[in-house]
Structure formats: structure tokens, C-alpha cells
Design a protein around this ligand. Structure first.
Ligand code: GRG
Length: 297
């Protein structure tokens, strides 16, 4: 079991800085009051902040000061992620009433404003990167990577595959492709962005990207396992949730034991990535502690 004490201290120190930084940036937008409130509502609703945290952890691992530019790159990613959640919750998609323990954006502000709040967060996520004091070439690389991770061949493609896949049982390859795009690519981007911020060399960048991919896959397998081990009522009987909802999940395709095995193998790969990074001067202590997120609950 990973010791998470130092990671908890780090989170307690840097996440409030990130919240303040995002709040300040939102305030500079000075948009129409209802739109402004809707954007702030979903950002302030919280969440684990795993994606920006990964960027901050990679900078910490290389001793880079967590200055305003680093916080902006981290905040920009959280804006992108939050837009995806607002849109995912809409009646036309998952039709959810609750997100981050609060009523969803469209429940509070209406569907029209929720669509627009998501659109604005998406656009501002990109624009924010161009407003940093980072070197222009670095800004362009970040913008290109974030656009690719979230756009027509990234997260949006994954969401499309997920929606179309609801009509049928996906193969394992198809399921992995959907998850890699829908959830994995933003986590991978977090590691790529971290690498760019610490000026990683080719081999380090490759290991960071691979760590992000393995983290993303583990994140999804873990999420699916949590889904199946929780139960839900159907016609008065307790049944596994994913079976009740006929969802495409790893445990459904592989069986629960095999899904746990796949999770452990993926985590092992992620640890190997960290071991490689450690050989080239990264202090991976806290990044390793982040893998404790996947402990059995
Ligand atoms: C609408 C374009 C578009 C994309 C939506 C990410 C996504 C695609 C949908 C989210 C649906 C979902 C519940 C996916 C499972 C894994 C996941 C991404 C969970 C949410 O991320 P967390 O757990 O959330 O990091 P917090 O609230 O902690 O930020």
C-alpha cells in the first residue's frame, strides 16, 4: 500500500493556490453575469483536481517552481475537463442531476446556459495558454497537445464512441479505444504538459506520456470495478449496477477477477515508467503515491 502522507501535504499546499488562481482568472473574464456565475459554479463545485495535480506533481518532481504560468497550465486543463463534465451531464447526453455532490449546471442555470458555460470554459482553456508568459513555441505546443487530446480525435471522439457503443456490446479493443480517448487522453495530456514545462528530453517525454496512458487506463478500469462492486436495485432485487444498466465495462467483458488483474498489470507498467524517470533525475516519490488512488476501496 502506497504511503500517501507527503502527497496529502503537497495537495493541501498547492490545491488552494490552484483554486485561487482559477478564481482570479475567471474574474478577469468579466462575462455576462449569468454565464459568469454558471462557469464559476462548476469550477467551484470542486472535484479531485487529478489532472492539474499531475502537472503540478511533474513540475515538483523536477524541482520547477510552481509559478503563475504553471498554475495557468494546470487551471486551463481543469477548465477543459469541467466543460466536458457540464456537457456530459446534459439531458441529451447522460442526463444527470448531480455532479461533484451538487445539482448539475443545467439543473441550476438551464440547458441553454449550461451549453454556453461549457463552450466558454472550453474556449477559455485554450485562450488561457496563449496568455501565459511562457515562450511562444511552448504555448503553441501546449495548445496543439490540448486540442488534440480533447478534440475530434480525442475526448470528443471517445464520447461519440461511448454513445454509439451503447447500442451494442463492444469488443475489448473497442472498449479500450473509447476509454483511451474519452478519459485517457486528458490524463495523458497532463503528463505531456508537465514534461513540456520541465523541458523533458525525448526519453523522459516518452516515459511521461506512457505513464499518463497507463494512469488513464488504470483510472478507467478502477472506475468500472467500483461500478460493478456497487449494487443497485432493479425490480426489487439487488443486482450489479453495470449488469443492470447493460453498460460496456471492463468487468463485464473480462470478468471481475480479470479486471482486477488488468488493473494491477497496468499499475505495474506505470511504476516501471516512474522507475525510468527516477533514473534520469526525477524525484518520483509523490507521483508514486498518486498510484495509491487505485487501492481497493
Ligand atoms: C461531453 C465532449 C464531452 C466529453 C465528456 C470525460 C467525459 C467525456 C465524461 C465524463 C463521464 C464519466 C463519468 C467518465 C468516467 C471517468 C471520468 C472522466 C470521471 C470524471 O472525472 P473525475 O473523477 O471527476 O476526475 P472530478 O469531479 O473529480 O473532477
Amino acid at each position: 500500500m502506497e504511503d500517501k502522507t507527503q502527497l496529502a501535504d503537497f495537495q493541501a499546499e498547492v490545491l488552494p493556490q490552484l483554486e485561487t488562481h482559477m478564481g482570479k482568472h475567471l474574474a478577469t473574464l468579466n462575462s455576462a453575469p449569468k454565464l459568469q456565475k454558471a462557469m464559476s459554479y462548476s469550477i467551484e463545485a470542486g472535484g479531485k483536481r487529478i489532472r492539474p495535480l499531475m502537472i503540478l506533481l511533474i513540475c515538483q518532481a523536477r524541482g520547477r517552481v510552481l509559478d503563475d504560468d504553471v498554475l495557468s497550465v494546470a487551471g486551463s486543463l481543469e477548465f477543459m475537463h469541467t466543460y466536458s463534465l457540464i456537457h456530459d451531464d446534459l439531458p441529451e447526453m447522460d442526463n444527470d442531476d448531480l455532479r461533484r455532490g451538487k445539482p448539475t449546471n443545467h439543473k441550476v442555470f438551464g440547458q441553454d446556459i449550461a451549453v454556453l458555460a461549457g463552450d466558454a470554459l472550453l474556449t477559455e482553456a485554450i485562450g488561457w495558454l496563449a496568455e501565459t508568459n511562457l515562450a511562444p513555441e511552448l504555448q503553441v505546443k501546449l495548445i496543439k497537445n490540448l486540442s488534440q487530446a480533447s478534440g475530434a480525435n480525442g475526448m470528443v471522439a471517445g464520447q461519440t464512441g461511448d454513445i454509439l457503443g451503447e447500442q451494442k456490446t463492444l469488443t475489448l479493443t473497442e472498449l479500450m479505444d473509447v476509454h483511451r480517448k474519452k478519459t485517457g487522453m486528458l490524463l495523458e495530456y497532463a503528463c505531456v504538459a508537465g514534461g513540456l514545462l520541465v523541458n523533458a528530453d525525448e526519453q523522459q517525454s516518452e516515459n511521461l506520456r506512457s505513464f499518463g496512458q497507463n494512469f488513464g487506463l488504470a483510472f478507467q478500469i478502477y472506475d468500472d470495478i467500483l461500478d460493478v462492486v456497487s449494487t443497485t436495485e432493479k425490480m426489487g432485487k439487488k443486482v450489479h449496477k453495470d449488469l443492470a444498466e447493460n453498460k460496456n465495462t471492463f468487468p463485464r467483458l473480462l470478468g471481475l477477477d480479470q479486471a482486477y488483474e488488468a488493473l494491477n498489470e497496468t499499475l505495474e507498467q506505470a511504476r516501471k515508467n516512474l522507475a525510468q524517470l527516477a533514473k534520469t533525475g526525477f524525484d518520483v516519490t509523490l507521483l508514486a503515491q498518486l498510484l495509491g488512488y487505485f487501492e481497493a476501496k
